[in-house]
Design a protein around this ligand. Structure first.
Ligand code: SAM
Length: 294
């Protein structure tokens, strides 16, 4: 039975092992059963699912995952938590704990070995100091994923979900939306964690596209264009790209591409949709296929 999702039980187990929170590992443990239930519901976990959990902590969310999934693999960097996890997960025979840094683990091999290369679910209350590298790693390495359900800083969740015209729209929104459809499933206040984080949190679902809805000639060029245009947010796209060292394109190349696509010359990156960025990138890749050098 899942049992750790309240302050009393959490304090009891932490005291038993004289556990000291490590700030450098982004340790904010969940102490609210309602939030834990919400995460599992948002992930729509079934007994068919293989779930990868990043950072199980003392195993609070892990217990919920074990009860709902076929199999769970939990990867925890802090070796002081391993004996605690041995105790809190002793009642489950469908879980493996690995004492590793998630950014160094070969997730592709795990999916191959334990799930026959079929899509897995990733569920986590992420350590906030490495949210973006973890998310981008999962997508850029093309790990077979059916859903990613993660607790992250609220401000980052809002940026991921933002669209053109919003002040929160930027390179992160476009990078994630290129691979997946984001949906904020819940907002979670600091008092649901121990210790309390300084910022609000949110649970976000990222559902990767089975078949990407667009064709991109040159991904590297697309992402360079996106970085260039948000590098200097207040500049027009033409000036942003022209001033960006990672791109060898002239102002005229860019103006020609915009004209051909019927987009105004003074447009700013923050007003362009992902589809428009792709159209510009595909057009420019014809002009100079090796334009991106960053
Ligand atoms: N899942 C637990 C919960 O919800 O109570 C703990 C969540 S806590 C926000 C983040 C966890 O990730 C911590 O247990 C921390 O030690 C672990 N962690 C931090 N960096 C990590 C890394 N690079 N690889 C694996 N785990 C990491």
């Amino acid at each position: 039975m899942a049992s750790l999702g309240n302050p009393k039980k959490t304090i009891e187990i932490l005291n038993k092992y004289s556990f000291v929170f490590q700030k450098k590992f982004g340790q904010n443990f969940l102490i609210d059963n309602h939030v834990l239930e919400k995460i599992v519901r948002a992930a729509e976990i079934t007994k068919d699912d293989f779930v990868l959990e990043i950072g199980p902590g003392i195993g609070t969310l892990t217990q919920f995952l074990c009860e709902n999934a076929r199999e769970v693999m939990a990867i925890e960097i802090d070796k002081k938590l391993i004996p605690i996890l041995e105790e809190t997960l002793a009642g489950y025979d469908n879980v493996r704990v690995l004492n590793e840094d998630i950014l160094k683990v070969d997730i592709t091999s795990i999916v191959e070995k334990y799930n026959n290369n079929k899509p897995i679910k990733v569920v986590a209350n992420l350590p906030y100091y490495i949210t973006t590298p973890i998310i981008m790693d999962l997508f850029e390495k093309h790990i077979p994923l059916s859903r990613v359900t993660i607790m992250i800083q609220k401000e980052v969740a809002v940026r991921i979900q933002a669209g053109p015209g919003s002040k929160d729209y930027g390179a992160l929104s476009l990078a994630v939306q290129y691979y997946a459809e984001p949906y904020i499933a819940a907002n979670v206040p600091p008092n649901c964690f121990m210790p309390r984080p300084k910022v609000g949190s949110a649970v976000i679902n990222l559902t990767p596209y089975e078949n990407p809805p667009y064709h991109v000639e040159n991904e590297r060029l697309l992402f360079s264009l996106i970085r260039a245009s948000f590098n200097q947010r207040r500049k027009t796209l033409v000036n942003g790209i022209n001033n960006y060292e990672g791109l060898s394109l002239s102002k005229d190349d860019i103006i020609d591409a915009l004209n051909a696509l019927g987009i105004a010359n003074d447009i700013r990156g923050e007003a362009l949709t992902l589809e428009q960025f792709i159209a510009i990138s595909n057009r420019l890749s014809l002009v100079n296929p090796s334009a991106a050098n960053d």
